[in-house]
Design a protein around this ligand. Structure first.
Ligand SMILES: [Zn+2]
Length: 510
């Protein structure tokens, strides 16, 4: 059941490779051998140290060794929905991914396969740590939490898993929607049989106790409040009590869209960031997903609170959400991580792609070019930034002695590295996972020669096709009904566009 049982891994050397380390001048390569004892990096020494050779050693020649990447925002519940939704903004798109009237049917075995499917793509593209903000669309229950955990455990990934919580009907979370809903539909949405908030919290806290108590759990439970406006104030406060009691990260979608910006003023008479701060929900454990439509005052408040922001550039473009002010956040001292977001809004789980986009998209705002976000910043967000968001800066995000041996080896016999000019730029701008040869999590090899070795990829793909087909068949009626709700959300979206907002995160129009 639990991640408590760590696999025994031997002492091994990675010899002959080149290690990317974060020094004064940014990320730089050095020729070093790395010794891994159990799950940790025990030594980094100049090449050719006369250490005994051992059959479990890894040949690092022709390899760049980088820290395992961190995907700090994803939703594994979306993993059967890849490629289904196009040209919709978040407020309308969400209806297609999360059913507003209740739940989809899915068995725990299929949830496990769904989790494995996404984790295969993540590991093969160098991600070793996942912050999976899971919407339990089957109605939250301990078995569904356990199924997600089992998926990550089986494949050997490091994961923080949440149960995405909210206690308000979706029509009450977006300004103006209720003005356009038929009475019968509004009543239906209001009378959805939700899991009572105390029980949902209890399930989360029980899972924290089950999974997080081991010495060095590889898979553990974190918390998530879907968004501040999606929860009552009382529920938000109760969630952060659990967060503080157990010292776990807490994810929340905040100011992802312009409408969410307006929401703060309409619902609370203050920005959503101020609202969270007032309720005690803006802390160093708070992981803000997106943070696009923040004001300058919000940025200052996030920096002061020490909260992290997860930047999801592909998803933000795909849903037309806007471009987050990442340069400004970094200059304010905010920790910024990277995420793929869900498979419905990306539709890939590949942090190399997010690093590349993060290293490009912030240069088009007409600011001085010394304020652009480049390769070094993007690589830091995908590694150290993610580790800090997880509260794991001492253990993850760099390759240094004493840290966990979560590593990714890139094969330089690849067009991306010929010639190898500025390594961090070669990686951020030319790599998309095609050169990943070996991935280790806690010293254990999980990807070898580009293939996952802990599970059979082809077997999981076969099972995932069957499980996805069952999912669509079993939920045919629920999917057919989703379009009934969209007109009211589309009208609310159009009306909100007419309301003034103090900042703009879209680029000038056609
Ligand atoms: Zn999200």
């Amino acid at each position: 059941m639990s991640g408590a049982v760590e696999k025994i891994v031997p002492t091994r050397w990675i010899r002959g490779g080149r290690l990317l380390r974060h020094g004064q001048g940014g990320w730089q390569l050095e020729a070093s051998d790395v010794r891994v004892d159990g799950d940790r990096i025990a030594a980094i020494v100049a090449r050719d140290l006369a250490a005994p050779r051992n059959p479990v050693d890894i040949d690092g020649s022709g390899r760049i060794i980088i820290p395992g990447l961190v995907n700090a925002h994803l939703h594994s519940n979306d993993d059967f929905l890849r490629g289904r939704i196009d040209k919709l903004p978040l407020e309308v798109y969400m209806l297609m991914a999360v059913p507003p009237t209740g739940v989809f049917d899915i068995k725990p075995e299929d949830i496990e396969i769904r989790t494995l499917l996404g984790a295969i793509e993540g590991l093969k593209t160098g991600t070793t740590s996942f912050l999976d903000d899971c919407y339990h669309i089957d109605r939250l229950r301990p078995e569904s939490i356990d199924a997600v955990m089992r998926g990550y455990e089986r494949i050997g990934a490091r994961a923080w898993v949440t149960a995405n919580l909210s206690d308000r009907p979706i029509s009450d979370t977006i300004p103006f929607v209720n003005d356009y809903l038929d009475d019968s539909v509004r009543q239906e949405l209001n009378s959805v049989d939700r899991l009572p908030a105390p029980i949902a919290l209890q399930y989360c806290e029980d899972a924290i106790r089950r999974y997080n108590s081991a010495d060095q759990p590889r898979v553990r439970m974190a918390m998530a409040a879907s968004g501040p406006q999606r929860c009552t104030d009382k529920f938000l406060e109760a969630i952060w009590e659990v967060v503080e009691r157990h010292a776990v990260p807490c994810v929340s979608h905040v100011l992802e869209t312009r409408i969410q910006g307006i929401t703060g003023e309409v619902f609370y008479g203050e920005t959503l960031i101020r609202h969270m701060a007032r309720l005690g929900c803006l802390t160093p454990r708070t992981v803000i997903a997106h943070g696009i439509w923040v004001t300058d005052a919000d940025i200052a408040q996030i920096a002061e609170a020490g909260s992290s922001v997860v930047h999801n550039p592909t998803s933000n473009l795909r849903l037309g959400s806007g471009v987050a002010p990442v340069g400004k956040m970094l200059r304010a001292g905010i920790n910024v991580a990277l995420g793929s977001d869900g498979m419905t809004s990306n539709d890939a789980q590949n942090i190399f792609l997010e690093m590349r986009l993060a290293g490009c998209i912030h240069n088009i705002k007409g600011q001085a070019f010394d304020q652009w976000v480049g390769a070094n910043e993007a690589f830091t967000m995908g590694t150290e930034g993610g580790a800090a968001a997880l509260g794991a800066s001492q253990e993850l995000g760099q390759v240094e002695v004493g840290m966990l041996a979560d590593l990714c080896l890139l094969n330089i016999e690849s067009a991306a590295y010929v010639p190898l000019n500025e390594p961090v730029q070669n990686i951020v701008f030319s790599e998309y996972g095609q050169s990943v040869s070996t991935v280790l999590v806690g010293g254990e090899i999980v990807v070898d020669e580009g293939r996952v070795v802990t599970v059979s990829e082809s077997e999981i793909y076969g099972l995932a096709r069957e499980a996805a087909s069952r999912f669509f068949t079993d939920n045919r009626e629920a999917f057919a009904r989703l379009r009934e709700f969209t007109p009211a959300f589309e009208r609310a979206y159009a009306r909100a566009a007419l309301v003034d907002y103090p900042t703009n995160r879209w680029i000038p129009g056609e």
